[in-house]
Design a protein around this ligand. Structure first.
Ligand code: AMP
Length: 394
């Protein structure tokens, strides 16, 4: 079965075509900076690798570009759009109605639209991707995999906010949780690796967005992001945890509009707000030259992660393993070292030489006498989506 995975972001589309169940990657690529005259299109197969800069006005034009690459007489991998059997769309917010992979229906599309105010950077782009691919890949089964789905197992005491009951019961205000596809994928890999039943895991997804999940017996039981993907850890441009009073103070006393506050907290905060850099590679390079803002930002980032590890260890009454994943988690030995420093009370002991090694597969970076395993596990959201789509259709 040929399954195309489409992950539409606010200004990008990432895609991967997989043959299932073998999980062979037929091609993969992305279009970044959609809406600009210098959008970057990448496309990779076993025999071709191309990167080009074009004007790509919108998501429709982006998907058309991807389709023409897939069908290209020289570099292409399919003969007609009918060669795609199914499309798996990553959708960020599925609310509480969708806790499983679902076939796209008119009702599902309406719901994704309705949930857009809760994930304004993501859900509208996800819906656009679905609408476009329905037009282009007419024969393919269109499926959605929600980032919130894995967290549907969070108990009420973890997902409910201490605000008036009617806001939860009638308005759906609760923590939903995000990055579910990634947390599910890496925690399943960890369980296979540990070969143990009833595990207690802490999965730390550190990419542009960052989140941390407590996973007991394979189920998400608590998670750092909440109602929207903004709570919790310090991210590239998002603040993570704040005292909500500062929103009122910024509006009532400092004179910001609500839109400006939203813009500040979502797009101008996090590592960018602290350092003027968004990419952790730049921040690490600056820190090594003695830039004190960058050094402090790295310390704040690791400090926040440590606090969540402590909290989740307490709620699970112990841990078997912590998992680092995504761009920063997989690649930044410095961030892992800052997070794991002085954690011997929790029996978390990092082996510095193992931490410095690189590998594209699962690896253990704790010392031999560390009771808690520290695992680096490359995430693969596309494969997880393809697996879920295949399982539903086979
Ligand atoms: P993701 O959202 O998972 O693609 O992660 C993207 C982020 O990972 C980038 O913005 C960088 O901050 C970070 N990243 C990627 N490679 C490295 C690296 N070698 N060292 C440190 N951070 C990295």
């Amino acid at each position: 079965m040929n399954i195309l995975i489409i992950n539409s972001g606010s200004s990008s589309i990432k895609y991967q075509l997989l043959e299932m169940p073998s999980a062979k990657i037929i091609c993969l690529g992305s279009i970044e900076r959609i809406g600009s005259t210098d959008a970057i299109s990448t496309y990779k197969t076993d025999s071709h690798k191309v990167e080009k800069i074009y004007e790509i006005k919108n998501h429709k034009a982006g998907l058309e570009r991807i389709t023409s690459l897939l069908l290209d007489p020289e570099m292409g991998v399919i003969n007609t759009t009918d060669d795609i059997d199914a499309i798996g769309h990553r959708v960020v917010h599925g609310g509480s109605d969708y806790t499983k992979t679902t076939l796209v229906t008119e009702e599902v599309k309406k719901k994704i639209k309705k949930l857009s105010p809760l994930a304004p950077l993501h859900n509208p782009a996800n819906l656009e991707g679905i609408l476009m691919s329905e037009e282009i890949f007419v024969r393919a089964k269109q499926m959605v995999v929600f980032d919130t789905a894995f967290h549907g197992t969070m108990p009420t005491k973890a997902k409910k906010y201490a605000i008036p009951n009617e806001l939860y019961e009638q308005k759906g205000i609760q923590a939903y949780g995000f990055h579910g596809t990634s947390h599910k994928y890496v925690s399943e890999k960890a369980n296979e690796y540990l070969n143990k039943e009833n595990t207690k895991l802490i999965s730390i997804h550190l990419g542009n967005g960052c989140s941390i999940t407590a996973i007991q017996d394979g189920k998400s039981i608590d998670h750092s992001m909440g109602f929207a993907p903004s709570n919790g850890l310090v991210m590239g441009t998002r603040s993570g945890d704040i005292d909500h009073s500062l929103i009122f103070y910024m509006v009532d006393t400092l004179g910001y509009t609500l839109d400006e506050v939203k813009e500040h907290l979502n797009k101008k905060s996090g590592m960018l707000g602290l350092t003027k850099f968004n990419d952790l590679r730049d921040i690490e390079a600056e820190a090594s030259k003695g830039n004190t803002e960058c050094i402090l930002a790295l310390e704040m980032n690791a400090y926040r992660i440590k606090k969540y590890i402590g909290a989740y260890t307490a709620v699970m009454n112990g841990i078997d393993a912590i998992i680092f994943t995504a761009g920063i988690g997989e690649n930044s030995s410095l961030m892992r070292q800052l997070v794991c420093a002085e954690m011997d009370y929790f029996n978390i002991k990092l082996d510095d030489s193992k931490n410095d090694l690189r590998s594209s597969t699962i690896r253990e970076i704790n010392t031999n006498n560390s009771k808690v395993k520290i695992l680096v596990i490359p995430t693969n959201e596309e494969l997880e989506i393809a697996k879920q789509v295949y399982d539903l259709l086979k």
